[in-house]
Design a protein around this ligand. Structure first.
Ligand code: SF4
Length: 471
C-alpha cells in the first residue's frame, strides 16, 4: 500500500515513540523571529542549556518592525526591546540572523523560501501559525508555541501526535481574475474553519499543479485558517526550478542527489488518504470575507448569507459577525466602502503578488480613491528591491499608494501600522478576527491582492474582473 508524503516524512523523522503515545520528531529547519523567541531563549538560559543545532536555526525580524522609520532605537520601546533581545540571543548562540540593518530582513515565511532554506522533504517549525506556508515545497511545516520553540532550540525535536491526511483536489481551470487567495478562501468556506482539525491537507489537482510556487505558498499559508495543522503540495519540476541557484539550495554538485530525494518523498500514486475532497476550480469567484473568521466569505457577486443558511452550531458566530461588521444578512458585499487597503503579509507579500497589482494599476490608469489610505508592504527586502528595480515603487506612489519597508505591518498591527476606530480595511492578509489590525473595533475584509487594489482604486469592494477588464 502506498504512502503519502506526510507518512513518509513523519516516519523518516521519528526519533522516538514516547510513553504518552506521541512522537518525537527531528526538525530540519527552525525559523525564529522576535516575538515568540525571547522567552524561549530566557527559559533556555535559566536551565543552562545551549542551542543544539544553531546551523539549523535562522532568525529574522518581522512582526514588530516599523515599515516607515527604522532608526534605532525604534520609537516603540517594546519593539526596541524585542529586537535588541533577538540580536543578543542570536549573537550569543551563533544563530544566523537576517537583519534589517543589513537589508536582508523579511517576513519569516517569505524569507525562508526566498533564500532556499525551505526545501522538499524537510520538517520545519517556527513560532508562528502560518508556518504551514513552507508546505508548498513538499515539506511538513508546523507553527509552534513559545515553550516548543525552547524545546526545539534545546533538542531540535518536537513532540507531536500523528495526523490524518485529507487530499484536496482542485480540478478544472481558474477563471481570469481568480487567484490562489480565492482558492484558499473558497476551501475554508467549503470545509469550515474547524474542518481541518486533526488533519494535514495535501493540495493537488490540475489547478494546484499549474500554480507557481508563490501561488502554492498562498494556498498552504491559509491551511491553518481551515483548522489543519499543516498543508503541503507534492514537490515537482516547478518546485525544483524555483529552488535552483538560491543561496541555501543544494549546490550544482549535490543537485541531482537532492532532486532524487525530493522525488522519493512525493505521495505514492496508490497512497491512502483519510479523506478526499474534490472542488471545481472553475466554480470559484473572487472571494471576500464579510465576517470575523476566514470561513465567513462570499463570492464578490454574492451577498452576506442569511442566518438560516448556517447550521445551528454556527449561528451564534454569524450573528456576532453581523453585529461586529455592521452587515445585514442579504446585503451585497460589493459596494462596501473601505477606508484602508493593505497589500502585503506572508500570504500575499511576494513579488508576483505586487507584479500583478502593478500590471492592473498600469492597465486601469486609475488612482487611489479620495479618502482611502493604501499601503504596499513588500514581504522582504529582496521583494522590495525587485519592485524598485522594475520601477514599480514609483508606479505605486504615483497611483497614491504608500510604498513601505518590509514587515508584517497591518496584518496584525504589532508595529505602528494600525487601523483606527471602526475603519474598514480591504486586506490581502489571512486573518479577519476582531481587532486583528490594531483597532479593537476595526473591520477586516480578506481578499486577493487584485481585489484589494480594485477596492483601493474604487473606494469600495469592487469586482476586480470588471474594474480591470479581466477576461
Ligand atoms: S504576515 Fe501576519 S500571519 Fe504572516 S507572519 Fe506576519 S503576522 Fe503572522
Amino acid at each position: 500500500m502506498g504512502q503519502t508524503l506526510y507518512d513518509k516524512l513523519f516516519d523518516s523523522h521519528t526519533v522516538a515513540l514516547l510513553p504518552s503515545g506521541q512522537y518525537q520528531l527531528f526538525m530540519g529547519l527552525h525559523l525564529l523571529h522576535e516575538v515568540t523567541s525571547p522567552q524561549a531563549f530566557s527559559s533556555l538560559d535559566e536551565r543552562g542549556l545551549s542551542v543544539t543545532y544553531p546551523e539549523r536555526s535562522f532568525a529574522t525580524a518581522d512582526h514588530i518592525i516599523p515599515t516607515h522609520n527604522r532608526l534605532r532605537p525604534l520609537q516603540d520601546p517594546l519593539a526596541e526591546e524585542m529586537l535588541g533581545a533577538l540580536e543578543g540571543n542570536v549573537t550569543r548562540h551563533g544563530i544566523p540572523f537576517f537583519s534589517p540593518a543589513r537589508r536582508e530582513q523579511g517576513i519569516v515565511h517569505v524569507l525562508g523560501p526566498e533564500l532556499g532554506l525551505t526545501q522538499p522533504g524537510m520538517m520545519i517549525c517556527c513560532g508562528d501559525s502560518h508556518t504551514s506556508t513552507h508546505g508548498a515545497f513538499g515539506s511538513l511545516a508546523f507553527g509552534i508555541g513559545t515553550s516548543q520553540v525552547r524545546d526545539v532550540l534545546a533538542t531540535q525535536t518536537l513532540t507531536m501526535n500523528r495526523l490524518k491526511v485529507r487530499k484536496i483536489e482542485i480540478f478544472g481551470k481558474l477563471r481570469p481574475g481568480v487567484y490562489a487567495k480565492d482558492v484558499a478562501l473558497y476551501v475554508i468556506n467549503r470545509l469550515g474553519v474547524q474542518g481541518g482539525v486533526g488533519f494535514t491537507y495535501e493540495y493537488a489537482g490540475e489547478v494546484v499543479d499549474r500554480f507557481s510556487m508563490d501561488e502554492r505558498m498562498t494556498l498552504c499559508n491559509m491551511s491553518i485558517e481551515g483548522g489543519a495543522r499543516a498543508g503541503y503540495v507534492n514537490p515537482d519540476a516547478t518546485t525544483y526550478e524555483y529552488l535552483r541557484g538560491r543561496r541555501f539550495a543544494p549546490s550544482a554538485a549535490n543537485w541531482d542527489r537532492a532532486v532524487q530525494y525530493w522525488e522519493s518523498v512525493r505521495s505514492d500514486a496508490d497512497a491512502v488518504y483519510a479523506d478526499v475532497v474534490r472542488l471545481d476550480g472553475s466554480a470559484i469567484e473572487p472571494m471576500v470575507t464579510w465576517g470575523i473568521t476566514p470561513g465567513q466569505s462570499v463570492g464578490v457577486s454574492g451577498a452576506v448569507p442569511e442566518l438560516t443558511s448556517f447550521p445551528p452550531n454556527e449561528r451564534e458566530t454569524a450573528e456576532e459577525a453581523y453585529r461586529y461588521m455592521s452587515f445585514e444578512p442579504g446585503q451585497a458585499i460589493s459596494g462596501t466602502k473601505v477606508d484602508v487597503a493593505f497589500i502585503g503579509s506572508c500570504t500575499n507579500g511576494r513579488l508576483s503578488d505586487f507584479e500583478e497589482v502593478a500590471r492592473l494599476i498600469q492597465k486601469s490608469q486609475r488612482k487611489v480613491a479620495p479618502g482611502v489610505r493604501a499601503l504596499i508592504v513588500p514581504g522582504s527586502q529582496d521583494v522590495r528591491q525587485a519592485l524598485i528595480d522594475r520601477g514599480y515603487d514609483k508606479l505605486f506612489t504615483d497611483a497614491g499608494f504608500e510604498f513601505r519597508e518590509p514587515g508584517c505591518s497591518m496584518c496584525l498591527a504589532m508595529n505602528p501600522d494600525k487601523l483606527t476606530g471602526r475603519q474598514v480595511c480591504a486586506s490581502s492578509s489571512n486573518r479577519n478576527f476582531k481587532g486583528r489590525q490594531g483597532s479593537p473595533s476595526g473591520r477586516t475584509l480578506l481578499m486577493s491582492p487584485a481585489m484589494v487594489a480594485a477596492a483601493a482604486l474604487a473606494g469600495s469592494v469592487t469586482d476586480a474582473r470588471q474594474l480591470f477588464d479581466l477576461r
